[in-house]
Design a protein around this ligand. Structure first.
Ligand SMILES: O=P(O)(O)OC[C@H]1O[C@H](O[C@H]2O[C@H](CO)[C@@H](O)[C@H](O)[C@H]2O)[C@H](O)[C@@H](O)[C@@H]1O
Length: 367
């Protein structure tokens, strides 16, 4: 029995979940990583065992997992402060001074996820615009620190939302990386594509996209998004009664493609190649491109809201360098060290960082 396509459950309130791709890719031989904080318990392994696509995992488990990510299923919880305290994730805004202290004498490198981090989550993925104020803030951040956008979306699409040529962009969950087109003092060498580890999968992704479009066209609200090296099947606007049908259709397509696997984001099923590449690897690759892979004085900060961002949080935790910030209103199992509740708080945090950097540079020049 193969285990190449696995869907991962969104954490239910009062339940425990794990990062997706690092655990569930390939042969399924990996074990969930140790839980860093105090978290919530349910027999997740059992649930995950059931979500085996090629092995004929139960469709009801898929749907349970899809349900768990629905806000209508999130029961009221104790206060956010209580939850976060329990999970040992303090607010990055409350801890700002300590964060600055920890980064002293080091080069901050900023990694930003897009959806749910720089832009609010909306029903229509094509209308997930970031505000002008956020764009202005990110532009200022990039003036002081090398900055990358790391997204599940295809690179061109996320670039069209962000529209800042001075940034690095890693699209398709890090499988499509390009350096800044202009204006970055950190730019090294070529302006072109830096890395596309899954290019051989392009014809397959096109084929699966077409099949999925056909198979899901009668399900009202379902949307298949082509993200070049991965595909997203959105169910945010699908009536819950139709989720089983949608899951069945997706599974029926995927069973013919053992080289693809399935993960789950925020009301989205994500299909991607089984290669060992994720947002964490993209982060490491970008540090290397910046010539900072082996530096002890680098301080990467990664801000993201989704499971796929956990791969990057984990890389930072394992390296013992910098840290991750999870954007979330509810307590979740995470490898991030801090949390911010929503994109508006992300913007506050970034603005404080810019202000601090400006002041410290001014002080330096006066001395
Ligand atoms: O890595 P990210 O930049 O966070 O991208 C992850 C997925 O984000 C998008 O979907 C999510 O945002 C949509 C717009 O707010 C929302 O409608 C959807 O339910 C969310 O899952 C994007 O459309 C996907 O392609 C990305 O993979």
């Amino acid at each position: 029995m193969t285990r190449q396509n696995v869907v991962v459950s969104e954490p239910k309130p009062g339940t425990k979940s794990s990062s997706d791709s690092s655990i569930f890719s390939g042969t399924g031989a990996h074990k969930p990583p140790p839980v860093p904080g105090k978290f919530i318990g349910m027999n997740e392994r059992q649930l995950l065992k059931d979500l085996d696509v090629n092995g004929g995992g139960r469709i009801s488990s898929w749907v349970d997992s899809m349900r768990a990510s629905s806000p209508t299923h999130i029961k009221s919880t104790p206060s956010l402060a209580d939850e976060m305290e329990k999970a040992k994730q303090p607010s990055a805004l409350d801890m700002f001074e300590q964060i600055i202290k920890a980064s002293k004498g080091k080069q901050i490198v900023m990694f930003l996820d897009y959806d749910g981090t720089l832009s609010p989550i909306v029903d229509d993925p094509d209308r997930a615009f970031m505000s002008d104020a956020m764009r202005k803030t990110v532009r200022k951040v990039a003036r002081y620190f090398p900055t990358a956008i790391v997204s599940g979306r295809c690179r061109d699409k996320v670039y069209n939302f962000v529209r800042l040529a001075e940034l690095y962009y890693a699209g398709s969950h890090g499988m499509d990386i390009k350096g800044p087109a202009k204006g970055s003092k950190y730019l090294k060498g070529s302006h072109s594509v830096l890395f596309q580890p899954a290019s051989e999968f392009l014809p397959m992704m096109d084929e699966v996209y077409k099949t999925l479009m056909e198979k899901t066209k009668s399900i009202v609200g379902a949307k298949v998004e082509h993200n070049k090296f991965c595909l997203s099947v959105h169910f945010r606007c699908v009536d819950e009664k139709k989720w089983t049908e949608l899951a069945q259709e997706v599974r029926s397509v995927l069973k013919d493609y053992p080289k693809l696997r399935l993960t789950q984001g925020r009301k989205v099923l994500e299909i991607r190649p089984t290669i060992k590449w994720d947002k964490g690897k993209a982060l490491e690759f970008l540090l290397e491109s910046l010539g900072m892979a082996n530096c002890t004085n680098v301080f990467p900060i990664y801000i993201g809201d989704d499971r796929t961002d956990e791969d990057a949080f984990k890389v930072l935790r394992d390296r013992g360098q910098g840290f991750g910030i999870l954007v979330s209103k509810t307590a979740k199992e995470t490898n991030a060290s801090y949390y911010l509740q929503e994109p508006s708080e992300v913007m506050d945090f970034l603005q404080r960082l810019v202000k601090w950097r400006r002041l410290s540079l001014r002080r330096q020049f006066r001395m």
